[in-house]
Design a protein around this ligand. Structure first.
Ligand code: HDE
Length: 693
């Protein structure tokens, strides 16, 4: 029973307060606007009697809840997104009429969604996986969606293999696992049987597939597109995103541990950075090729398993994207965002890449089952914002537009009698397909020019720095060791021998198997000049900008050292968080209390890019029996991070097996010497902490 008090609030039987609205504007209503008097109790026949079917308020609320979920994306289900702006800095007017690429200084609103591919919507952020990098530009000429990845190539050459690829990588059909992992039989079975996937597998096994932050990944349009200029001439184009923060990856062991410590690691990182005004930025760049340039390539520009080395075809930076606003509502925006490669604007066109051609059908189609209606373009996040959209498409589920008048067909002459006649096609400014010549017999064919599956896989491996090569080899060892079918391992290894004999030997040795015979290659691989741009290590300057330093502080610690680390790290562009054995903070040497951002057990060092241990002698002694503290130091060392420390922390470092090196810095001489190693991983340390293939 409820009891109405004087101020209008209602108390339930347990005496709990039920908040009441005091104005019509503040009051709860049903979906249809009827005001509610009670949001705590359903309508019952007597205080202990049955709930009545008549309770339309209960039924509406529960029924809405029952239908809250929509089917998740079949791929790229797990994603995080942000709003932002794209600013063009250099015009491509010689190549295209697209306003978004020709009006220098123009700021175009964007919505960008990053994603993993294989896992479900509730899976972890840090599996070994490709990352989606989808950008919706709300241009003046309609939405342009550049639906790319953080890897410039793809597994397959023809869209007809996509369902097979995805079935193979997702959880196995009978057992429903593994979730968000490629290390299992069916994935490697498919890969071994599909030599064209070898190049992409190199990338997927590289450190690119275990990024530290979504703010630190490159993006690629992957497929070849066309730019079409005012004269109707076409150039091929590849699109690239370059993170201003540089790239950074995790160690595999670190990625695995982050998954436990914070499954939302990337989502939180992106949200927090934007929330505090540290807006991530990417340069936007293009590679432009004439038909003659394309013909001179040693591979087919229409083959999505190939990249165009930027050493031979340099990138031209033409703009910048800044992500500066978090979504207000995850479901309404991030979940309902529908990216479509078919969303292009006049002046941009498709190539005949058979992978892209299949994508042109798939994305529109999948929205129908995911969002349930042909009117998904009317959902606010999907609406064209930069210009009106108007046509004679009508009705359908969830139609939200209220059309007036009789004009729902074209041609019509209604305007002749004074009625609104509706929009018309624009022969000059409207979208015109490039008049690409088409010839040949109708057949299910793969062009001979798609036959070389290994040269670029070799190019990629040989372009990497030594630690990256070792990580790639070790990732292959890890993944193949999870494969239970021996013949699958043998076949994959037989393909690898076409890539690089040394790599194949290292992997076979790591797995503990004999090196099998080389598989026959459809086209003998050739040696291409290495492309340093494919590396991660050393490609961008070392930086602490946008990174996170974790400072572990105990009671009795010297506050001046904490402050020195904080000041130096913040001056270098990093954020600093304090970790203490108790959430309430640490009582410092001078008697003051330093507030903590985290309790030690909930903030392992995997969540930080560099760490400092500012401990008192007594504090250190206590931590010697705290596993979380020992792991904190041990993992920071194992994950090649810089460790700053007070001399009093030495017993903990010893217990954690931390050995002296240039990345382990005594803070007695100030925090500055800690900053340089903190801005990078200590690659030299790696042979001391793990056996790599
Ligand atoms: Fe996708 N892909 N894809 N894909 N893809 C989807 O569309 C598909 C491919 C990519 O944040 C789906 O709306 C086919 C390449 C991203 O919402 C689906 C083929 C590249 C996203 C689909 C490919 C991508 C998707 C699932 C082979 C890099 C997430 C949900 C022909 C250039 C976008 C959806 C977001 C999503 C189909 C290959 C990138 C099923 C058939 C290559 C970033 O339509």
């Amino acid at each position: 029973m409820t009891d109405q008090s004087k101020n209008g609030d209602v108390r339930g039987n347990g005496g709990e307060l039920q908040q009441q609205a005091s104005t019509p504007e503040a009051r709860l209503t049903t979906n249809h606007g009827a005001p509610l008097s009670d949001n705590q109790n359903s309508l019952r026949g007597g205080p202990r009697g049955p709930t009545l079917l008549e309770d339309f308020i209960l039924r509406e609320k529960i029924q809405h809840f029952d239908h809250e979920r929509i089917p998740e994306r079949i791929v790229h289900a797990r994603g995080s997104a942000a709003h932002g702006v794209f600013e063009l800095t250099e015009s491509l007017a010689a190549y295209t009429t697209a306003k978004v690429l020709t009006e220098v200084g123009e700021k175009t609103e964007v919505f960008t969604r990053f994603s993993t591919v294989a896992g479900g919507a509730g899976s972890i952020d840090t599996p070994r996986d490709v990352r989606g990098f989808a950008v919706k530009f709300y241009t003046k000429e309609g939405n342009w969606d550049l639906v790319g990845n953080n890897i410039p190539i793809f597994f397959i050459q023809d869209a007809i293999k996509f369902p097979d690829l995805i079935h193979a990588v997702k959880m196995e059909a009978d057992r429903g696992y593994p979730q968000a992992a490629s290390a299992h039989d069916t994935f490697w079975d498919f890969i071994g049987l599909m030599p064209e996937s070898t190049h992409m597998v190199m990338w997927a096994m590289s450190d690119r597939a275990i990024p530290r932050s979504l703010r630190m990944i490159e993006g690629f349009g992957v497929n070849t597109f066309r730019l079409v200029n005012a004269e109707g001439q076409s150039h091929f184009v590849k699109f690239h995103w370059r993170p201003r923060l540089g790239t950074q990856s995790t160690c595999w062991d670190e990625a695995v541990k982050i998954a436990g410590a914070d499954p939302d690691f990337h989502r939180r990182d992106l949200f927090d950075a934007i929330d505090k005004g540290d807006f991530p930025e990417w340069d936007f760049a293009v590679q432009i090729l004439t038909q003659a340039d394309a013909d001179a390539l040693p591979f087919d520009i229409l083959d999505a398993t190939k990249l165009i080395p930027e050493e031979t075809h340099p990138l031209k930076v033409i703009g910048r994207m800044t992500l500066n606003r978090n979504p207000d509502n995850f479901f309404a925006e991030t979940e309902q965002a529908a990216f479509l490669p078919t969303n292009i604007v006049p002046g941009i066109d498709f190539s005949e890449d058979p992978l892209l051609q299949g994508r042109l059908f798939s994305y529109q189609d999948t929205q129908l089952s995911r969002l349930g209606t042909v009117n998904f373009h009317q959902i606010p996040i999907n609406r064209a914002k930069g210009c009106p959209f108007q046509n004679f498409q009508r009705d359908g589920h969830m139609q939200t537009q209220v059309f007036t008048g009789r004009a729902n067909y074209e041609p019509n002459s209604l305007a002749e009698s004074g009625e609104a006649g509706g929009p018309r096609a624009d022969a000059k400014g409207g979208f015109t397909s490039f008049r690409a010549p088409v010839e040949g017999e109708k057949a299910r064919l793969r062009s001979e020019t798609f036959a070389d599956h290994y040269s670029q896989a070799r190019l990629f491996f040989r372009s990497l720095e030594t630690p990256e090569q070792a990580h790639l080899a070790s990732a292959l060892v890890f993944e193949l060791s999870k494969v239970s079918l021996e013949h699958v391992r043998v076949r994959v290894m037989g393909n690898l021998r076409n890539v690089d004999e040394d790599l194949a030997k290292r992997v076979a040795d790591g797995v503990g198997m004999a090196l099998p015979k080389k598989n026959p290659a459809a086209a003998e691989p050739i040696d291409l000049a290495p492309s340093p741009a494919l590396r991660l290590v050393g490609k961008y300057p070392a930086s602490l900008k946008g990174r996170m330093v974790g400072v572990l502080v105990t009671d009795g610690a010297d506050g001046a050292v904490v402050k020195a680390v904080q000041d130096a790290a913040e001056a270098a562009g990093a954020a600093v968080e304090i970790i203490a054995p108790k959430r309430g903070g640490a009582k410092l040497k001078d008697g003051s209390t330093l507030k903590a951002d985290h309790q030690l057990a909930g903030a392992p060092s995997v969540l930080f890019d560099a760490v400092a241990l500012v401990l008192s002698a007594e504090g250190c002694k206590q931590l010697l029996t705290e596993g979380a503290a020992i792991d904190f130091a041990k993992d920071a060392f194992g994950h090649l991070k810089a460790i700053g420390h007070t001399p009093e922390a030495q017993p903990l470092l010893d217990k954690a097996g931390v050995e002296a090196d240039t990345g382990v810095v005594d803070l007695s001489n100030g925090a500055d010497p800690f900053i340089k190693p903190a801005a990078t991983r200590q690659w030299d340390r790696e042979p001391k902490v793990r056996i790599l293939a």
